[in-house]
Design a protein around this ligand. Structure first.
Ligand code: SF4
Length: 488
């Protein structure tokens, strides 16, 4: 029997994957593993621990009869770490917790990631099978927790960032005192620790449209209303006040590692572009060009401007085969942007003329541009929604059936993530949350079905119910589909 000190399990979104019927894995099954898991697993392995990563939805995709419990019965392990980063995995994560404890009652179960960090007390309070939650940056706290294995789990009170159950079954909350200031000692590309790692890289493109998520940094300087990864949310969840970026040289090393070991040359940059970091991206692109890689890459614009010389840099550095640049103004209504700007982020500003400039540049350089909208966004009126449809139709007529003109309007309904400005102060955004407590959240995901879109909407606003928001977004998606289907 193989022995591991610690196994990492990436949970499914739904437990019905456990039923042995053929399940169609769609984009919404989210086979992606948060980038940090690879870095943490590698960090522990370098410290001498036996480590394995298991991707539950990927395994079920590869074999409809794959069963977690059978897999676990054939290995020995002392700790099981489960990523609960995206709240969509919450029901699946609890399902995994219970499966693991049934097979190996002595294993310690640790959860981590943004959502676990946000709900750390509730997780331990409601789920007796969970032993510990690591809040925020996980590598050092998890290493110390694994080391505590050798001391019968004494001295847990000195481990940073953890909330845990002590010997007397009391919940103890340790302070967040580990916040990584430098990420260059972490390795984000030790994918070989993952079961079926080659399939993961190969099939991610097929299922998710992206091959490999490249770790660039941690943190974000902004506060978009529905995002749990913004500056204030992160400060609350993980104590992080500032963005930390990896050195461009390290990122290039990662690209080399992936190119040398896997059949892919397409990457998604796990951090966006904004005025304060344009020089970082320029330096990175320059280094990539020096290596003469033949690469596709996806980059998000988090804040404008994204000047013409950046387009040129992008055009010079990457092939256009699977490349794209994305921006998420969420709506074309400047009135909505201004209202959001007033409440939570003065930089939330995506003027239509600057969006038109992006379109012009994308056309000029023939680099695909994706513009992401969300119907039912806070403060959007019926007229705003109509205008977003109008904008989409105009783009469709101009660019919709051509593979030469690379503009695509994408859209998705959005979940208000825990820790986000609208989650913490819904009344400021005229939204009402349907489920705020962890138990309600988990229940809502239990009821959901896997689909192309985010599968649960957790709010109504003054103009639209959650169901209407889902339906409007489906309709817009269908209208914009020709652009998506004929685009790059
Ligand atoms: S959605 Fe906004 S707050 Fe969240 S990571 Fe992107 S830019 Fe930052």
């Amino acid at each position: 029997m193989k022995y591991f000190d610690i196994i990492f399990v990436h949970a499914p979104i739904l437990s019905d994957l456990e039923l042995k019927k053929k399940s169609k894995i769609k984009r919404g099954a989210y086979i992606f593993i948060p980038m940090g898991v690879f870095a943490i697993a590698d960090y522990l392995e370098r410290e001498g621990f036996g480590v394995k990563i298991i991707n539950y939805p990927l395994e079920r995709y590869l074999n409809a009869h794959w069963c977690l419990s059978n897999y676990l019965k054939n290995i020995e392990f002392k700790i099981c770490a489960i990523d609960l980063h995206w709240v969509h995995n919450s029901f699946g994560a609890i399902h995994v917790v219970n499966e693991v404890k049934k097979v190996n009652p002595n294993a310690k179960i640790v959860l981590g990631g943004y959502s676990a960090s946000y709900y750390h007390r509730e997780l331990l309070n409601y789920y007796k099978n969970i032993d510990c939650v690591v809040k925020g940056d996980g590598e050092v706290p998890l290493l110390q927790y694994a080391k505590a294995l050798n001391n019968d789990f004494q001295y847990l009170e000195s481990i940073p960032n953890i909330t845990y159950r002590n010997n007397r079954n009391h919940i103890k909350v340790n302070k967040i005192s580990y916040i990584a200031k430098n990420l260059d000692n972490l390795n984000f590309t030790n994918i070989s620790l993952l079961e079926n790692h080659r399939k993961y890289i190969g099939d991610s493109r097929k299922i998710m449209g992206i091959s490999f998520n490249l770790g660039i940094g941690r943190g974000c300087p902004y506060n978009c209303p529905l995002c749990g990864g913004g500056q204030r949310a992160q400060e609350r969840i993980s104590g992080r006040k500032k963005v930390v970026l990896r050195s461009p040289e390290k990122v290039v090393e990662d690209i080399k590692t992936i190119l040398d070991n896997y059949h892919t040359n397409s990457f998604f940059f796990g951090h966006g572009s904004y005025p304060a970091n344009l020089s970082y991206w320029k330096k990175l692109f320059q280094l990539i060009r020096k290596e003469d890689f033949d690469l596709s890459a996806d980059l998000e614009i988090w804040r404008l401007p994204f000047p013409r010389d950046m387009w040129y840099e992008y055009y010079k550095t990457f092939n256009r085969k699977h490349s794209s640049i994305s921006i998420s103004p969420r709506t074309t209504s400047s009135k909505v942007h201004q209202q959001v700007a007033k409440i939570c982020d003065p930089t939330f500003n995506f003027p239509l003329n600057q969006i038109q400039d992006l379109i012009k540049n994308a056309n000029f350089f023939r680099m695909p541009l994706r513009i992401w909208l969300t119907l039912g966004y806070p403060f959007q009126t019926h007229l705003d929604v109509l205008n977003d449809f109008r904008f989409t139709f105009k783009c469709l007529l101009k660019y919709g059936t051509s593979i030469v003109k690379p503009i695509t309007i994408m859209n998705e309904p959005y979940y208000i993530f825990p820790g986000s400005p609208a989650h913490e102060n819904p009344e400021d955004f005229n939204v009402s949350l349907n489920h705020k407590s962890l138990l309600q959240v988990i229940h809502s995901f239990k009821q959901s079905k896997i689909s192309f879109f985010y599968n649960v909407i957790n709010y109504n606003n003054q103009y639209f119910s959650g169901t209407t928001i889902q339906n409007l977004n489906k309709l817009l998606f269908l209208c914009a589909a020709p652009m998506f289907l004929t685009g790059s």
